[in-house]
Design a binder for this molecule. Structure first.
Ligand SMILES: Cc1cc2nc3c(=O)[nH]c(=O)nc-3n(C[C@H](O)[C@H](O)[C@H](O)COP(=O)(O)O)c2cc1C
Ligand SMILES: CC(C)CC(=O)C(=O)O
Length: 399
């Protein structure tokens, strides 16, 4: 990667950076280039960061079952979601303010993902307008939504997304306010004045540059599952719920009419102490019973991690921080390289475990959990839930 133009760069001594070969390499490069408080905002989690650490640790503890003489030449890495084929089961999670990592921001990320046929979920707090991002994209775009106290602001975003060709909405359901992120509190972190939530310009929700304080003022804490149907009604778009970790919430989401569920703990940034996403996945998959596709984000850093998530029932995964790290390390080309590395690793892992297509990847691809390792156990048996029915089922044909 070429040297970045900003930040306390380790490249100050003129040494070229080594070509990144893994997603962890991108993180190291980004850390050298970003101002420390920006690094902390991106890398950090809530509380003692136990969940943040667990997300990667649980993937690290997975053991794969190889296939000898697999006889797989070129695996077909593609998957179908909401009726659209992705080149591989990986997309970019919604992450606020891409301009924090690189001045080219979200359009550069969208172009990079599009070049590889992979989707991008644009954040409500994108630093560029969703129309501008759509202009740069050539693969599916979804728009992530926070619901503000002024519902009109959020509903307007949903309509704008539809008008700009976005294919789905992703309602984040784990964030009545942002978690207690101690790094940001200690750093007094504020988003630099020249970087703004472009899609909220002029709205009642545009406000403080301090994400934690702003979320406590502006987000609707009284939100319930009926908002899924409302979003669908105003936009006609399928709505996914992001931030589901339990069977009861998965059931509530499906009953509310979601077109998909994203198993997520917000990258360990919300409630510290909740399970790693790979741990939570079997419970959610069991509860959903195939009615809608299940995605996962949090801690995915290798192609083998993608395989593990698919083996436990995810249709696809999303990566959050790696996108910003790659953007910081090398702008749009950095993101493209990061995604190419990840999908190439995934393809290799498919061959070495004997899978010609993603459809054959199942639990028998993983070794059984070993005592003492934080691996996901079998899903609990389906049981009755106490969730009220809040909205008609809609869009269940998707995926
Ligand atoms: C800097 C940063 C900003 C984020 N912004 C949002 C956001 O605006 N909306 C949202 O739903 N999730 C947001 N997330 C959470 C991600 O969508 C995703 O759940 C998480 O990053 C996945 O974990 P990973 O970073 O380990 O891949 C953010 C995460 C980070 C690190
Ligand atoms: C601006 C924030 C609300 C974005 C976010 O969701 C996060 O930082 O995790």
């Amino acid at each position: 990667m070429t040297s970045a133009t900003r930040g306390p760069a380790g490249a100050a001594f003129g040494e070229p950076d080594p070509e990144p070969l893994t997603l962890d390499d991108f993180a190291r490069l980004a850390r050298r280039r970003l101002p420390p408080e920006v690094w902390d905002f991106i890398a950090g989690g809530a509380g003692r960061e136990r969940t943040l650490a667990a997300n990667e640790a649980v993937f690290d503890a997975v053991r794969l079952r190889p296939r000898a003489l697999p006889g797989v030449d070129e695996p077909d890495t593609s998957v179908e979601l909401l009726g659209v084929r992705w080149a591989a089961p990986v997309g970019i999670a919604p992450v606020a303010y891409h301009e924090l990592a690189h001045p080219d921001g979200e359009p550069a990320t969208a172009a990079a993902a599009g070049a590889l046929g992979l989707p991008l979920v644009v954040s409500t707090f994108a630093s560029r307008t969703l129309e501008e991002v759509a202009h740069a994209a050539s693969a599916p775009l979804w728009l992530q939504l926070y619901c503000f106290r002024d519902h009109g602001t959020t509903l307007d975003l949903a309509r704008r997304a539809r008008d700009s060709g976005y294919q789905a909405l992703v309602l984040t359901v784990d964030t009545p306010f942002t978690g207690r992120r101690l790094r940001d509190l200690r750093n007094g972190f504020a988003v630099p004045a020249h970087i703004t939530p472009a899609n909220l310009a002029g709205s009642a929700a545009a406000g403080s540059a301090t994400p934690g304080a702003h979320s406590r003022l502006a987000f609707d804490r009284g939100l319930d599952w009926s908002f899924v149907a409302r979003l669908h009604a105003v936009s006609g778009l399928p709505v996914l719920a992001k931030g589901v970790l339990t069977a009861s919430d998965a059931e509530a989401a499906v009953r509310a009419g979601v077109a998909g569920v994203v198993v997520s703990n917000h990258g360990g940034r919300q409630l510290d102490g909740v399970p790693a996403t790979l741990e939570a996945l079997p419970e959610v998959v069991a509860a959903v019973r195939g009615r809608v596709p299940v995605l996962l984000d949090g801690g995915v850093r290798t192609g083998a991690d993608i395989l593990a998530a698919l083996a436990l029932g995810a249709r696809a995964v999303l990566v959050g921080r790696p996108a910003l790290y790659a953007l910081a390390a090398g702008g749009g080309p950095g993101v493209r390289r990061m995604l190419a590395l990840l999908t190439a690793e995934f393809a290799d892992t498919m061959v070495l475990t004997g899978h010609p297509t993603t459809g054959t990847i199942g639990p028998d691809t993983l070794s059984p959990p070993r005592p003492g390792l934080p691996l996901p156990g079998p899903p609990p048996p389906p049981g009755p839930t106490t969730v009220p029915r809040t909205a008609p089922h809609t869009d269940r044909s998707h995926g």
